[in-house]
Structure formats: structure tokens, C-alpha cells
Design a protein around this ligand. Structure first.
Ligand code: NAD
Ligand code: 13P
Length: 430
């Protein structure tokens, strides 16, 4: 029987941490997974300072390729310094090569780059691969708003679930306990109707169709066959033409994904609500900026808690308004991807910390991102912009006063002092 090959696409703070988790589990479950985990790295050059434990006097502070440094010292010295990566994590700067023959693709990079990555990968992946998106953000285009799990799935012609939770990467990399939510709800695939030849070896597991022209969602013509009619994250009744996982591979189900991600220090709850899980992770970043703004003003915990409450109201409202057929309010209120992530992000997340620092220093959040994050990226600033452009086009800004206040502050149209008035219409005047 074949085993699943896993590729992590992205190697930032969270990307490297997830690669560590996954590589520990591929070693722990060699019957299900190939031990080696490929990690695609956006190549850049780094130099090691004299106080680095990996400083080599023969090399000095000369520039070295980040992939070479990771593979030599098993540490991502730029994005996850001080954490040893398992030796079975292999850093690879070649995206197509890293994803070659992989049956499980884990997407973990800032959402700004996903479009370009999907374009490059299209037509170069195993047709029966499945993906998990760890990305926190939403995709906004002229057509509306979509989840990155949808965007990746539709773009590559495969199914993509979502992983999101109260997951500050540095804490998890240091193996401090927490939990996460994984949403995975692929349509049923009837192998007898859509047979895929059994593979002789992973080398034969190459796409046999041009995926670039294969839309994932097709019209449901035989509605009587309920087993094949599936509701996607938007509740669209659609027949998804998924290529079945060949029978000589372990099934790609909840059990397999749990064994890929669960560690004693990283607990996993598997759910089906992909929309709620993805939106929780995306929208809380806007709220974390607002929390940073008010704490930066010195307004304290009461103000921050009110921001969290208002944020939760708008997150649920957004989910219900635009993904109402499938989103489950409980995902926001009881799952790690909801309430717990809101709490953690508004306490020590980068969006919170940078927004707080910006107010304290009287500079923009972008300026703090540039000077303080050493290449790491905020997702809240672009998400605030994208969500606002989506709401504005529909004349709905006033229905989301907190989200709207955040973009107003980011763009310099409002001051933090105005936030209480801007959100006042959320008060009950009756
Ligand atoms: P990061 O902010 O630490 O690092 C930025 C990454 O972007 C680096 O790997 C860099 O190489 C890469 N990059 C820069 N330019 C690029 C380009 N042109 N094309 C492709 N890649 C490029 O990244 P991260 O923290 O791993 O974030 C990935 C996702 O994980 C985000 O959506 C984030 O919200 C989410 N997340 C982060 C954390 C965390 O604590 N860091 C926790 C949970 C979720
Ligand atoms: P930041 O990107 O704001 O650090 O948030 C990290 C996160 O998503 C924690 O769950």
C-alpha cells in the first residue's frame, strides 16, 4: 500500500511550526505517511550574526541561502529562530518540485501570496491530492468574498479544508499546550463511478487531466443521487467532481488528518464547518487591530473586552450574512477557531502588538510592521481593507461599525479617540 506524501507550502513563523508538527507525526505514523516532509521556502538570503549558535567563522556574515541554512542546521533562523526542526523537514525553494507526488498539501503562507502560488501549482499536482489551508484571511474579488480553502480548492481542482485556532506559533513551536480546529468536509466520492487507476508507485501519481480547465463545481444534474450532491461552504448545492483517492492509499478522512496534526501539545477538534473556521481566523485579525488601538491609548481591559464583544458580533453577522447556509454560530463561540483565537490574538498576536505600538509611538501600523517584524507579515491590515471594499461595494459599511472604524483609523480618516462614537450605533437605545 502507498503512503501519503506531505508538502507544507510556506515557511514563515507558522509555516515552519506546522512543518515541525507534521514532520513529528509523519515519523510517528510511518504506516500512513512517508516520513520526509517537503517544506516550500520562498528563497531569500540571510546572514548569521557572530552571536548566532550557527555562526561559522569561515563563512562570517556572508549571505547564505535560507534553504541551505535550514537544511544544514535544521532551524529556520529567520522566521522561527531557536527552534529545532525535525531532520525529516526538507526545505525546498522549488515549488513544483516540493509539491511533486504529494497527496497532502498544507498551505501556510501570508494570504497575499496565494493567488500566485496557485497559478504556479495548477496542473502540477496529483489529481487526488487533498489540501488544508492554515491561512488566515479572505479572498475578495469583483465576484465577492471567498475563503482561501475555496480559492485553493477551486483553483487547483482538489478539495481543501481549513485549520485555524488560538495558535500563536512561537508558543506551539516551544511545545506549550493549546488546541486548534480543523474543518474538513469533502463531498462523498464514489470510486466506482469515477475510477482512478491504481498507482504502481508515486511516480505514476501525476495528473492525467489538465486541471487548469476543470472547474471544481459542476451543475448537479442527477439530484436523485443524493450521495453525489454536496453543499459546499456557501451552501451551494453542487456536484463536486473530485478525483477519488486510490484505494491503495489510506483514506484521507478526519482520522488521517487528526493523526497528521495532533500532538500531545497540540490538540485537534475536527469539525465540518469550513466557513466558520476560516472566517474566525480571518476576521479576528481586524478585531485584534482594534484591541491594539484601544490598549495603545491606555484604555485598559474593559475597553479591550468591549472591542472583543463587538468583534464577535460582527464576525457572526458576517458569517451568517455571506455564508449563512453552512456557517454554524457555535464555531465562533465555542471552537478554538472562534472565541479562543479572538482572546489570544487580542492579547499577544502580532496584529494586536503592532497596532498597540503604532498608537503608542504615533506612527502607522505599516511602519511598525516594516521596522519590528523582521519580514513577518500582518494579515489584519489587508483583511480590514479587503473586507471593507467588499462591504462598501454593497453599501453595508454601516452594518459593521467596528470593521469600518478599523479601516478608518488605518487610513487616517479617524482617530482612535473616535472609535467609541463610531461603534455607538451598536448600543441599544430602546
Ligand atoms: P510570516 O509572517 O512569519 O512570514 C512571512 C512569510 O512570507 C515568510 O515565509 C516569507 O518567506 C514569505 N514571503 C515573503 N514574500 C513572499 C512572496 N513574494 N511569495 C511567497 N512568500 C513570501 O508567516 P506566517 O506567520 O507563517 O503566516 C502564514 C499564515 O499563518 C498567515 O495567514 C497567518 O495569519 C497565519 N497564522 C500565523 C500565526 C503565527 O503565530 N505566526 C498563527 C496562526 C496563523
Ligand atoms: P497574528 O498574526 O496577529 O500574530 O495572530 C496569530 C494568530 O493567528 C494566533 O492564533
Amino acid at each position: 500500500a502507498h503512503r501519503h506524501k506531505v508538502t507544507v507550502i510556506g515557511s514563515g513563523n507558522w509555516g515552519s511550526t506546522i512543518a515541525k508538527i507534521v514532520a513529528e507525526n509523519t515519523t510517528a505514523h510511518p504506516d500512513v505517511f512517508e516520513p520526509e516532509v517537503q517544506m516550500w521556502v520562498y528563497e531569500e538570503e540571510v546572514s548569521l550574526a557572530a552571536d548566532s549558535p550557527h555562526y561559522d567563522p569561515a563563512v562570517g556574515d556572508a549571505k547564505q541561502k535560507l534553504t541551505a541554512v535550514i537544511n544544514k542546521y535544521h532551524e529556520n533562523v529567520k522566521y522561527l529562530p531557536g527552534i529545532r526542526l525535525p531532520a525529516n523537514v526538507v526545505a525546498n525553494p522549488d515549488l513544483i518540485d516540493a509539491a511533486k507526488n504529494s497527496t497532502i498539501l498544507v498551505f501556510n503562507l501570508p494570504h497575499q501570496f496565494i493567488d500566485n502560488i496557485c497559478k504556479q501549482l495548477r496542473g502540477h499536482i496529483v489529481p487526488y491530492a487533498r489540501a488544508i489551508s492554515c491561512i488566515k484571511g479572505v479572498h475578495v474579488s469583483d465576484d465577492g468574498v471567498s475563503l482561501f480553502s475555496e480559492w485553493i480548492g477551486d483553483g487547483l481542482g482538489i478539495y481543501c479544508g481549513a485549520l485555524s485556532g488560538a495558535n500563536i506559533a512561537n508558543e506551539i513551536a516551544a511545545e506549550k499546550w493549546c488546541a486548534t480546529t480543523i474543518a474538513y468536509d469533502p463531498p462523498p466520492v464514489d470510486a466506482s463511478r469515477n475510477p482512478t487507476p491504481r498507482t504502481q508507485s508515486p511516480a505514476h501519481a501525476q495528473p492525467k487531466v489538465d486541471l487548469s480547465i476543470t472547474p471544481v463545481v459542476a451543475t448537479a444534474t442527477d439530484d436523485h443521487d443524493e450521495a453525489l450532491v454536496h453543499k459546499d461552504a456557501r451552501g451551494r448545492k453542487s456536484k463536486v467532481k473530485l478525483t477519488p483517492v486510490p484505494l491503495d492509499f489510506p483514506p484521507l478522512d478526519h482520522r488521517t488528518f487528526k493523526s497528521l496534526f495532533r500532538r500531545p501539545y497540540f490538540h485537534v477538534r475536527m469539525v465540518s464547518d469550513v466557513a466558520g473556521t476560516s472566517l474566525g481566523g480571518a476576521l479576528k485579525n481586524i478585531v485584534a487591530l482594534a484591541a491594539g488601538f484601544v490598549v495603545g491609548k491606555g484604555w485598559g481591559d474593559n475597553a479591550k473586552s468591549e472591542i472583543c464583544r463587538l468583534g464577535m458580533v460582527e464576525m457572526i453577522k458576517f458569517g451568517k450574512a455571506f455564508f449563512g447556509q453552512t456557517v454554524d454560530t457555535a464555531t465562533f463561540t465555542v471552537e478554538s477557531a472562534g472565541m479562543a483565537d479572538l482572546v489570544t490574538s487580542c492579547s499577544s498576536g502580532r496584529n494586536f502588538r503592532c497596532a498597540k505600538m503604532a498608537v503608542e509611538r504615533g506612527v502607522t501600523v505599516e511602519e511598525i510592521e516594516r521596522t519590528e517584524l523582521n519580514g513577518q507579515m500582518l494579515q489584519g491590515t489587508s483583511t480590514a481593507k479587503e473586507v471593507n471594499s467588499f462591504l462598501k461595494t454593497r453599501g453595508l459599511e454601516h452594518e459593521y461599525p467596528l470593521f469600518t472604524a478599523v479601516i478608518g483609523v488605518l487610513e487616517g480618516r479617524h482617530s482612535v479617540d473616535e472609535i467609541p462614537d463610531l461603534v455607538a450605533e451598536e448600543e441599544d437605545w430602546d
